[in-house]
Design a protein around this ligand. Structure first.
Ligand SMILES: [Zn+2]
Ligand SMILES: [Zn+2]
Length: 313
């Protein structure tokens, strides 16, 4: 069953429990690694905003997509994520406000003027919020990089702000389409998905969360979960001896990194008792930054996003 529905933890309308789960994980992390305090403070600000935005979106009205199940199933069968190339109407005014608040949180949380400049560019309209959000939704790294550089803004930070603002929307759309597939063709297409990138938005997994031996890949953007039905590199499908899983810290076999000598990619893997509900996946990500360092020290990297070419608008 390669597509794995992720429990929302607690239902919308009851925000405290999700943020309580977050707080518990942050406190555990800080107890072990107090030096992460500034990173946790910033993440707390950002996730609180994202979680609130997620509730606003869930309580509002999602666009009704005219995407017939058979059409979506055919797309997946060709290896094309369902959102690629589709016109998805973004709630721009709501998300523009989120871009501003997220930039402020980043400015206060340590990014300083670099983030303030992004806020100013969005507010003044020198960077068009609608275009930025659309580029993020379609995972267009080149457009965002070019647009940011052209305006003297930090490209990675612009990418992050836009991704955070769009993520609750794309997560809600993904769940609306994927969680209760009524159509048999569509259900079976989801169950047959066996690629390393997200079936909804095409992003690579942020990491794999392993629950009871099940290696669930978790999308870095929309938080969807899926499994491969074989054990191989998520980027290039190498499953031979060039694909190695190692635990950099001998005492923590529950935290591993998969490295691939064929494509040079790496993926972090952590054992957990339950999948992280949206938007808590980024906590798993900062809990494991030492694994990124270990992999990068050995020359491995996370590849660029896949380009779905002609299917992209
Ligand atoms: Zn995704
Ligand atoms: Zn590989």
């Amino acid at each position: 069953m390669p597509y794995v529905p992720v429990s929302a933890g607690t239902r919308a309308g009851a925000p405290e429990p999700v943020l309580h789960t977050a707080e518990r994980r942050w406190q555990a992390m800080l107890a072990a690694r107090p030096e992460l305090a500034p990173a946790v403070d910033l993440q707390r600000r950002l996730l609180t905003l994202v979680e609130e935005l997620g509730r606003t979106i869930e309580n509002g009205r999602l666009p009704r997509l005219s995407l017939p199940p058979k059409y979506l199933a055919a797309k997946l069968a060709r290896g094309v994520p369902v959102f690629a190339g589709e016109p998805l109407p973004l709630p721009v005014p709501l998300l523009k406000q989120a871009l501003i608040e997220l930039s402020d949180a980043l400015a206060e949380g340590g990014a300083g003027e670099t983030a303030t400049h992004i806020r100013e560019a969005i507010e003044s309209g020198s960077m068009d919020a609608g275009s930025l959000l659309a580029a993020s939704l379609t995972r267009n790294q080149t457009a965002i990089r070019t647009g940011a550089t052209h305006r003297g803004l930090a490209p990675d930070l612009v990418w992050l702000v836009a991704e955070l603002a769009v993520s609750p929307f794309v997560h809600a759309l993904q769940r609306a389409l994927f969680d209760h597939p009524h159509d048999e063709t569509w259900r079976s297409a989801l169950e047959s998905w066996n690629r390393g990138y997200c079936p909804a938005c095409g992003s690579w997994p942020a990491l794999a969360e392993v629950i009871g031996g099940h290696r669930t890949l978790r999308c870095a953007f929309c938080s969807s979960g899926w499994e491969l039905n074989h054990y191989a590199c998520v980027y290039c499908d190498e499953g031979g001896e060039k694909f190695v899983t190692a635990a950099p810290n001998e005492d923590r076999k529950d935290r591993r990194v998969e490295v691939c000598g064929a494509c040079g990619g790496y993926l972090k893997t952590v054992d957990l008792t339950e999948l992280s509900p949206f938007p808590l996946l980024s906590i798993s990500d900062i809990e494991t930054t030492d694994l990124d360092v270990a992999a990068m020290d050995h020359g491995y990297a996370r590849p660029a996003l896949k380009d779905f070419g002609s299917t992209r608008r």
